[in-house]
Design a protein around this ligand. Structure first.
Ligand code: BYC
Length: 474
């Protein structure tokens, strides 16, 4: 018999909960089977210099050492309980936060937890093959770190399902290991998690844009009146920061390398830039347009009665709910949303309660813009007159008021043909993908060496040098 209290580092007193232990005894082997099938290809014997969380204390959540990934200790951690915490919004505002699931909210809570949980294994599946074409040992270690932590985030949601939702929860936990990213019959729940991540530029864009959706959704769930969910999400957010760092610095390093090569060889047209083995800036813009648009779909419809219900019932708050100065009930407030009227995009005030998805999307876009501004500094410092831009919110949307409309990156309302004629100017085409993939045909694994298309990072992981052996292949 496996001793789960030892195998699974935790601060939830796992050893004293027999029901939970039995549930995990069933689920863990299925999880490992999933990892062997869907985790990083051909990586099971590698020893990877990973960070493992062994407690929620600052000294405990960043323990570094070599680990074979199937032996990673996927732990269960909740931020410690604040005995005084209340439900801070909605109709139950002011009562003590719930330590158990309120019967009337059982199904919406389960749905939110399952939707969140489903994204975690999905992203591992999307990134499965990228280790085979990594640009360095440093980057290989980083993608593996992201992957094992997404696995841990799945564990976090499965813990909640097993601990608080009985039989339905166990069934949902099993289904989380059965859906597959991009599968025609049994896909992952949300759109962006069924898109392929075929190359490293896509991976960095994904961790910059889509992991940051994770940050905003987790922040909204960290406000939940259901205290175990709130405390789980708070701890997940500490790990999410590294994933966004990998994305932002990954794109920064690609931009740096491209700009250095453009300056050195005094070239600026995309074909000449590509001939030097680096990614031209317009291609990076086209990748950005795609990842931004599919990620903002993840916030749901602009007007959503689901979102209003989550808020009113105290299940899901706004970003930084307790720092907002208003009544936290929103019975009379309004919020502006955009919609298409004929050939124009107009703004209309709707009840703030139904516009909560839109508000969270706006909070997200504000933070994303700051990151794009930092990327532009790299190009500006190189003296190159090109700037990356976020496309209009309505561009290439499949969810909400813009779904079914054809909006250009500048925000013009077009007809289908006009839009389709420009598709390849706005989003990476098959030939763009073929070019980017051609740069990434094999893996670079000599310690301290980096592929030609990306600059080295400024520093290594956990104070280690850049030529450290971050992965041992055995
Ligand atoms: N694709 O009323 P609406 C992360 C569905 S990322 C497909 O607007 P709601 C991570 C919707 O389910 C963060 N379907 O929806 C990042 C609904 O279906 P039903 C993940 C979509 O509920 C990187 C219908 O359309 N966490 O952690 O207000 C790596 C009507 O929509 C999509 C969460 O998302 C879509 N994009 O809002 C690893 C938090 N959007 O009921 C991890 C939990 C909507 O008609 N989820 N639909 O069958 C939620 O809070 C909400 O479910 C959503 C949707 C914000 C996603």
């Amino acid at each position: 018999m496996i001793d789960y209290t030892e195998k699974i580092p935790n601060n939830v007193d796992l050893g004293r909960d027999r029901v939970l232990q039995r549930a995990l005894e069933h689920w863990q082997p299925a999880y490992l089977n999933w990892w062997y099938d869907m985790g990083p290809t051909d990586s099971h014997a590698f020893e990877v210099y990973l960070r493992t969380a062994t407690s929620v204390e600052p000294s405990g959540w960043a323990q570094f050492g070599y680990v074979r990934m199937p032996e990673y200790r996927w732990g269960i951690f909740l931020q410690p309980r604040d005995g005084e915490r209340q439900v801070n919004f909605g109709t139950h505002k002011g009562i003590p936060s719930w330590q158990d699931v309120p019967g009337e909210y059982r199904s919406i809570l389960r749905r939110v937890i399952v939707t969140q949980g489903d994204t975690e294994p999905a992203s591992v599946e999307q990134q499965k093959l990228l280790g085979l074409c990594c640009p360095s040992l440093y980057d290989l270690r980083n993608i593996f770190q992201v992957n094992v932590e997404e696995g841990r985030h799945l564990w976090a949601m499965v813990y909640l399902l097993h601990r608080y939702f009985g039989r339905d929860g166990r069934e949902e936990a099993e289904a989380l290991l059965e859906r597959r990213s991009g599968d025609a019959d049994n896909p992952r729940i949300l759109g962006a998690f069924n898109e392929p991540t075929p190359d490293w530029l896509s991976f960095y864009m994904f961790t910059f844009f889509t992991d940051r959706d994770g940050k905003f959704q987790l922040s909204a769930l960290a406000e939940s009146g259901f205290d175990p969910l709130a405390r789980t999400c708070r701890f997940m957010l500490t790990e999410e920061a590294h994933h966004m760092f990998v994305g932002e610095t990954g794109v920064t390093r690609i931009l740096k390398r491209t700009c250095d090569v453009m300056k050195e060889h005094k070239v600026d047209d995309p074909a000449s830039v590509r001939a030097l083995g680096v990614i031209d800036l317009p291609t990076i813009q086209r990748y950005l347009n795609f990842h931004f648009s599919v990620t903002i779909d993840l916030f749901g419809s602009d007007s959503s009665s689901n979102a209003a219900g989550y808020f009113t019932s105290g299940v899901k708050g706004r970003y930084e709910e307790t720092k907002i100065e208003d009544d936290h009930v929103l019975s009379d407030a309004t919020y502006p949303v955009l919609e298409v009227e004929g050939s124009r995009i107009v703004s209309r005030d709707v009840p703030a309660l139904t516009a909560l998805n839109e508000r969270l999307r706006d909070d997200y876009i504000h933070e994303i813009q700051a990151g794009v501004d930092r990327w532009n500094k790299v190009i500006e410092t190189a003296g190159i007159p090109f700037r990356l831009r976020l496309p209009h919110k309505g561009f290439h949307r499949a969810i909400g008021n813009f779904a079914g409309h054809f909006i250009s990156p500048e925000g013009e309302v077009l007809n289908k043909d006009a839009w389709e004629n420009h598709r390849d100017d706005w989003m990476a085409s098959a030939s763009d993908h073929a070019f980017v993939e051609s740069l990434m045909s094999g893996r670079v694994i000599e310690p301290g060496k980096f592929a030609n298309w990306i600059a080295p990072p400024i520093r290594g992981i956990n104070g280690q040098p850049l030529n450290f052996e971050y992965v041992r292949f055995n």
